[in-house]
Design a protein around this ligand. Structure first.
Ligand SMILES: NC(=O)c1ccc[n+]([C@@H]2O[C@H](COP(=O)([O-])OP(=O)(O)OC[C@H]3O[C@@H](n4cnc5c(N)ncnc54)[C@H](O)[C@@H]3O)[C@@H](O)[C@H]2O)c1
Ligand SMILES: [Zn+2]
Ligand SMILES: [Zn+2]
Length: 369
C-alpha cells in the first residue's frame, strides 16, 4: 500500500513528508494504522546527525499509538481492531533477559532493529523499488507501520490514543525509573533533575510510590510549575549550587533517591552527590553526548551511594505499559498537561522547532485524517 510518511533524507535537513510503499505484514508482524505520535528528542538527535549509529534515508518516529489493521501468520497476542502502543524496546517473553525480572533489555531483535530492519533482516518500507529502512523498529511518523508483534503493547480501547502515545517513550521512561529501577519506597525523599517529559514522569512515579518529599530541579520556572502539578513538593532552580541546596533541604544528608533526566553529565554527577550518604540511589535516565563520561569521586560510592541506569524505565513493555495506561484512566497519572501542541504529519518539522525552543513538553502528531 502507499502511505504518507516523514522521511529523513539527509542529516541536518528537514524531514520530507511524501508517499512511500509499505508491504503486507510477514509472519510474526502486524500492520498498525497510526492515530497519534509524539515528537521526541531521539528523533531530533538522529535527524541532526549527532547520533553516531544513525542512518538515512529512514522514516523517523517512535512514540506511536494506533489500531491493528492486519496481522501476519502466527500472530496471536494482538488482533485486528486492537489498540496498541509501539515499543522501541520489545518484549519477546522468551529470551534470557525477558525471563529475568532484573532487566527489560530484550535480546530477540536488537541487531536487526539497530540496523533498520525487521527481524527477518528485510524492510517492509520501500520507495521506487528500493528498500527504505525502519527507525527504532517503529517508524511511526507515518499513516501506517509494520512492526513485530513482540514490539506492540495492547492497551484498553478506552484510552485516548493522543495521550497513550506518550507511554511509548518519555513518560514511561520517567515513571519506570521511579517505580521499577529505583523502586522508591513510601515515605522517602526524592530529587528529580530535569522537568522535561522524562523528569516529569519520574516526579509522577515518585508520587505513585508514595514518596513523602519530591524535589524537582530545572532551569525553567514554567517546567517547575508543571512539576508541582505532577506532585513535586519542592522546586529548585538548577545550577552549580544545586547539590548544596539539596543537602540543606535534607538535614545535610541528601535524598534517598535521585533521578537525572537532563542528558548532561555534570547533572548526572550532581545526582550522585545529592544522593544520601549510606544508601542513596542515583538513577541516570539521560542520554549523554557522544564520548562524554560521568565523573564520580569514589568516596561518594564507598560511603554507600549507588548509581543505576534506566532504559525505558526498566519497563517490560507488553506487560507493563498497559498497566500504566490503566493507571492514567483511573486518574493516577495526569497526561493532558504534557501535550503542548497538536500537529499534522505535514507539520512534523515544526515539532522539532518547538522542541529546540523548549516550547512545551510534547508535540503530538495526529494522524487520524
Ligand atoms: N533512558 C531512556 O530510555 C530515555 C528515554 C527517553 C529519553 N531519554 C533521555 O532523557 C533525557 C531527558 O529527556 P526529556 O525528553 O525529558 O528532555 P527535555 O530536554 O525535555 O528535558 C530536559 C530538562 O532538563 C533541564 N535541565 C537542563 N540543564 C539542567 C540543569 N543543569 N539542572 C537541572 N535541569 C536542567 C532542562 O531545562 C529541561 O527541562 C534526554 O537526555 C533524553 O535523551 C532517555
Ligand atoms: Zn523517545
Ligand atoms: Zn526477549
Amino acid at each position: 500500500m502507499r502511505i504518507k510518511a516523514a522521511v529523513l533524507e539527509e542529516f541536518g535537513a528537514p524531514l520530507e513528508v511524501q508517499e512511500v510503499e509499505l508491504a503486507e505484514p510477514a509472519a510474526g508482524e502486524v500492520l498498525v494504522r497510526l492515530i497519534a505520535c509524539g515528537v521526541c528528542h531521539t528523533d531530533l538527535y538522529t535527524a541532526s546527525g549527532a547520533d553516531p549509529s544513525g542512518y538515512a534515508p529512514t522514516v523517523l518516529g517512535h512514540e506511536g499509538a494506533g489500531v491493528v489493521e492486519a496481522v501476519g501468520d502466527g500472530v496471536s497476542s494482538v488482533a485486528v481492531g486492537d489498540h496498541v502502543v509501539t515499543l522501541f524496546s520489545p518484549q519477546c517473553r522468551e529470551c534470557e533477559h525477558c525471563l529475568d525480572p532484573r532487566t527489560n533489555l530484550c535480546l530477540a531483535i536488537r541487531e536487526q532493529q539497530n540496523q533498520g530492519f525487521l527481524p527477518d533482516g528485510t524492510t517492509r518500507l520501500s520507495r521506487d523499488g528500493e528498500p527504505l529502512r525502519h527507525f527504532m523498529g517503529t517508524s511511526t511518523f507515518a499513516e501506517y507501520t509494520v512492526m513485530p508483534e513482540i514490539a506492540l503493547a495492547r492497551i484498553t480501547p478506552e484510552a485516548p490514543l493522543e495521550g497513550a502515545c506518550l507511554f511509548a517513550c518519555g513518560l514511561t521512561t520517567g515513571l519506570g525509573a521511579a517505580m521499577n529501577t529505583a523502586k522508591v519506597e513510601p515515605g522517602s525523599t526524592c530529587v528529580v533533575f530535569g522537568a522535561g517529559m522524562v523528569g516529569l514522569g519520574a516526579v509522577a512515579g515518585c508520587r505513585l510510590q508514595r514518596a513523602e518529599r519530591i524535589v524537582c530541579v530545572d532551569l525553567s520556572q514554567d517546567r517547575l510549575e508543571l512539576a508541582r502539578g505532577q506532585g513535586a513538593t519542592d522546586v529548585l532552580s538548577g545550577g552549580l549550587d544545586a547539590v548544596q541546596q539539596i543537602l540543606e533541604l535534607t538535614g545535610g544528608f541528601g535524598a534517598d533517591y535521585t533521578f537525572e533526566a537532563t542528558g548532561k553529565v555534570a547533572v548526572m554527577r550532581q545526582a550522585v552527590e545529592a544522593a544520601r550518604i549510606g544508601w542513596g540511589l542515583a538513577t541516570v535516565c539521560g542520554v549523554a553526548g557522544k564520548g562524554e563520561t560521568l565523573d564520580v569521586v569514589p568516596r561518594f560510592l564507598i560511603t554507600g551511594r549507588r548509581v543505576a541506569g534506566s532504559s525505558f524505565g526498566g519497563v517490560k513493555g507488553r506487560d507493563q505499559v498497559p498497566k500504566l495506561v490503566e493507571r492514567w484512566l483511573e486518574g493516577d497519572i495526569d497526561v493532558e498537561p504534557f501535550i503542548s501542541h497538536r500537529l499534522t504529519l505535514d507539520e512534523v518539522n515544526r515539532g522539532f522547532d518547538l522542541m529546540e525552543r523548549q516550547d512545551g513538553i510534547r508535540s503530538v502528531i495526529e494522524l487520524s485524517a
